[in-house]
Write a protein that binds this ligand. Sequence first.
Ligand SMILES: Cc1cc2nc3c(=O)[nH]c(=O)nc-3n(C[C@H](O)[C@H](O)[C@H](O)COP(=O)(O)OP(=O)(O)OC[C@H]3O[C@@H](n4cnc5c(N)ncnc54)[C@H](O)[C@@H]3O)c2cc1C
Length: 446
Amino acid sequence: MSMKKEEVVIFGAGLVGSLLSIYMVKAGFRVTVYEKRSDPRKTNLYAGRSINLALSIRGIRALETVGLSEDLKKMVIPMKGRRMHDVEGNLTFQPYGKEGQYINSISRGGLNERLVMRAEELGVSVLFDHKCVEVDLDNTRATIQGDGQLFDIEADVMFGADGAFSAMRQSFLKQDRFSYEQYYIEHGYKELSIPPATNGDFAIAPDGLHIWPRGNFMLIALPNLDKSFTCTLFFPFEGDPSFQSIQNAQDIDQFFKKYFPDTLDLIPDLIDQYTSNPTSSLVTVRCYPWVKERCMMLGDASHAIVPFYGQGMNSGFEDCYLFDELARSHGYDWGTVLGAFQKTRKKDADAIADLALKNFVEMRDHVADERFLVQKKVEALLHELYPQEWTPQYTMVTFSHAPYSEAWNRGNLQHKVIQPFLTQDVINNPETIDHEGVINALRSVL
Ligand SMILES: Cc1cc2nc3c(=O)[nH]c(=O)nc-3n(C[C@H](O)[C@H](O)[C@H](O)COP(=O)(O)OP(=O)(O)OC[C@H]3O[C@@H](n4cnc5c(N)ncnc54)[C@H](O)[C@@H]3O)c2cc1C
């Protein structure tokens, strides 16, 4: 049964809303997107700062499905592994996966603009400076503020892709039996920028994601096409050291000299940047249901996560891909599709939220730990020897389309199974791992 030319409304022309609008217009619907911000092509939304994200295969598949492969090729910088900086400035490299596996640095603003442009080319009407104020979930109506006035709209189906502080979710909050949790970690973040070197090239190697792990906090850097890097300092709000304890130019200078000495030459205007760039918080949002009648939330609106697995956007893009696949298989019968989607997807949204929280500890602390590094090596070896039976959790999340919940369960089980085999001898010489023993132990608990 086809219901083509029905009216689809989407709130939010961010990464997920604009991609969803492309899927919907390609499926033959009339699509209108209401976006609270001004058109980034006409304003300087990012104020000259390039902010980048790690894009991996879940996101790539969703973008390629709507014909964006060629655009992507021109927009990404491959990152093959972690480039770790210790306090003395020594560098080590940890590959993310096997030869040929990498994640990609991409500009948030550049990708968002490309998606909006593609949506418009296909006939989507994107209304900037139009804010969703409230949604009448039972009647698929909403109140919009735009052009200096409030007005009501209606549609056959409405999607809330309006991010971690979703207006549609506010309307869900007024419903009976709507469960909701928001959880702020103790850390916030601040972005800084490493300009290109004086010869115009990248100042540090662009083929990896740079990390300065320092126990309770860390600095990371991802490359941009203009040969700069965007750094992010993930740092506690309170305590010593913290955003609170660093108050003036001298504190900033001393802190960076002590913990990140090799960045001082890379960021010449460090003090200016540190003082003028904002400090932002990091939230995890879990809620359920995501659907009421013909209204549904997706992306950060229904499952915002901390950024440490580089999967927030990827999971939102995967939402679009999986939702469209399901919708197609049900002939876009919204009455069935919306409910079916939330039922299958919720456990995966919960799993990636947990994985992201767990990966923060791994990135800022464990990556500098010998036992952890040996485990990584041994797991890579097991994956090579038994590719069907052993896949490292990071590989399942980043380089596969396996449901996140499967990656969470299987990865945790593998972690438990391998511990007794990581003896001091194996730590000294990872090649000596009893790989048959590990695989048999795994088989016995499956
Ligand atoms: C520091 C940081 C680093 C990250 N790094 C990565 C990474 O490396 N890889 C990755 O995959 N993910 C990453 N993420 C996560 C990623 O940014 C989000 O998951 C992604 O942006 C979610 O997309 P979205 O479209 O759901 O929400 P958003 O991108 O937040 O877009 C929501 C849109 O809705 C609009 N809006 C809000 N309210 C209204 C309203 N009332 N009416 C109309 N419009 C409205 C907003 O203006 C916005 O344009 C990172 C996040 C942070 C904070």
